[in-house]
Design a protein around this ligand. Structure first.
Ligand code: C2O
Length: 505
């Protein structure tokens, strides 16, 4: 029987602040916390801190703690992001069921950036009730999150992510699920559209407080790989990400997971504690269908902002079947053609994303951009790749604009918005340690629509593009609490990209 993971806000509206599914969840969190030692490392794989440590745990010096074989294994910045977190949730759900003695309990999901319901970007009330015996509440969140304020509305990022055509690519082309990697890696490098915003953005804004300049003034659990799983809200946020993967697959018949033939993805395995004892191993190829894992979601529809696909001409009537089985036409549909490898047509090195002036990328081969002398857009597609983003201080996200007229604010030019760049995992990806070399985050945007919008206005410059970064800042209504929270010295954002590249394919 298939269980249904329910929308936490629908449950709250239907049953009140403490719907049955959350009462049970809070009981399980309490039991799991009781299995943790009061000091030192967790030892019971079914305890709260142990479960969180599998995502990430910091050593005293701040690097990834891998003193247990199952710790600090989360997959970010690659095509393993979605499958690894799906496995992590499935194994966690089984642990909760075990503690509750209820194999029908299902993790609810929190759709934080629903383009159709901005009000659901507020944390559900059960997570905000500040009582010492409320196991869904923690003070290790931002003033905005616990104050019941809505997150900044960047829900159009969800719509954009759902429109990205490819699950993963080896380099250069924007992807939904992240860059291809031959080996599992803690940080990967290249974030897919869904991993960056909504995913990382929600982490950072729920976790951390920021001052008006974009400096982090206090860090909470959701803001770091090493603590995120400690917040009971983490699991509901990830159930939503997992749901969006299926929404993406259903949204357009051309959306597909990487083909079976790619063993680097399909056959990669990860291990998790099993409530029955020992560990269970999942293979990426075996977790691609939620129903095969025993669950589905209350709602898998695309937002109303998702553009309707062009009408499909009616297929010719099929010939009458001759004996044997009936073949479904759809099953023979070929996979989408492989895109040409994108070529670099311009690049600039070492860019400060916090600088007041835009980065300038000179284009060496303007004809490749499909904007020949006539200024007519061709069939080529253009991408902006921001590579090796490192830093220790940053706003939760930056809006990336192309060719913004000097003195204008990005908000006045939605047509020039390439996309958003969230900074979840920035500090972790920036420090070199035993797990990774500190090569930073990488993000790719398709900028074909912006190029076309500029060309339509006669404002495309074939010789260069300028790239501006504007911080996206939350504005909590409780400014006193925010001032109180600001205990440390604020630093100026030190966000840099090793390279900003324009590619065309
Ligand atoms: Cu592995 Cu939302 O993080």
């Amino acid at each position: 029987m298939t269980r249904t993971r329910m929308d936490v806000w629908n449950r709250t509206q239907g049953e009140g602040d403490w719907p049955e599914v959350l009462l049970a969840y809070a009981r399980a969190v309490e039991v799991m916390r009781s299995l943790d030692p009061s000091t030192g490392k967790p030892t019971d794989p079914l305890s709260w801190q142990f479960q969180a440590a599998m995502h990430g745990r910091a050593t005293r010096t701040g690097s990834a703690d891998r003193s247990h074989a199952l710790w600090s294994r989360c997959q970010h910045g690659s095509w393993f992001f979605l499958p690894w977190h799906r496995m992590y949730l499935a194994a966690f759900e089984a642990v909760v069921q075990h503690h509750l003695g209820d194999d029908q309990w299902s993790l609810p999901y929190w759709y934080a950036l629903d383009p159709d319901r901005p009000a659901t970007s507020v944390l559900p009330p059960a997570f905000r009730e500040a009582r010492a015996d409320n196991h869904l509440f923690t003070e290790n969140r931002s003033v905005l999150a616990n104050g019941g304020d809505p997150l900044p509305d960047v829900s159009d990022s969800v719509t954009q992510a759902l429109q990205v055509e490819l699950f993963s690519t080896d380099t250069g082309v924007a992807s939904f699920g992240g860059g291809e990697r031959s080996q599992p890696s803690f940080f990967g490098e290249e974030m897919g559209a869904v991993e960056d915003t909504p995913h990382g953005f929600v982490h950072v804004v729920v976790g951390n407080d920021f001052d008006a300049a974009g400096n982090t003034v206090r860090e909470g659990w959701m803001g770091s790989f090493f603590t995120a799983g400690l917040d009971p809200l983490f699991w509901l946020h990830h159930a939503n990400l997992d749901r969006l993967w299926q929404v993406w697959l259903d949204a357009d018949p051309s959306h597909r997971n990487p083909p079976d033939g790619d063993p680097a993805w399909f056959r990669t395995k990860f291990r998790f504690p099993d409530p029955a004892g020992g560990t269970r191993t999942y293979r990426v190829g075996d977790v691609l269908d939620p129903e095969a894992l025993g669950y589905t979601y209350e709602d898998l529809s695309v937002p109303s902002t998702f553009p309707a696909p062009p009408p499909v001409p009616a297929p010719p009537a099929p010939p009458a079947p001759e004996g044997g089985g009936i073949e479904m036409g759809g099953a023979e549909e070929p996979p989408p053609p492989l895109r040409a490898t994108p070529q670099v047509v311009g690049a600039t090195q070492d860019v400060s994303l916090a600088a007041a002036s835009p980065a300038i990328v000179e284009l060496s081969e303007p004809s490749d951009l499909g904007l020949g002398d006539a200024g007519v857009t061709g069939p080529t597609r253009v991408y902006l790749r921001i590579e090796g983003i490192t830093g220790t201080a940053a706003a939760p996200a930056y809006e990336v604009y192309l060719n913004l007229p000097a003195g204008d604010a990005g908000a006045d030019h939605p047509e020039l918005l390439a996309g958003r760049l969230a900074t979840f995992g920035l500090a972790e990806a920036s420090r070199g340690d035993s797990v990774h070399g500190g090569s930073g985050l990488t993000k790719v945007f398709e900028i074909t629509p912006v190029r076309d919008a500029l060309a339509d206005r006669g404002r495309w410059d074939p010789a260069q593009v300028t790239v501006s970064f504007e911080p996206v800042l939350p504005t909590p209504s409780d400014t006193d609490a925010l001032a109180q929270a600001a205990t440390g010295e604020a630093r100026a954002p030190d966000l840099r990209a090793a390279r900003v590249v324009v590619l065309s394919a």
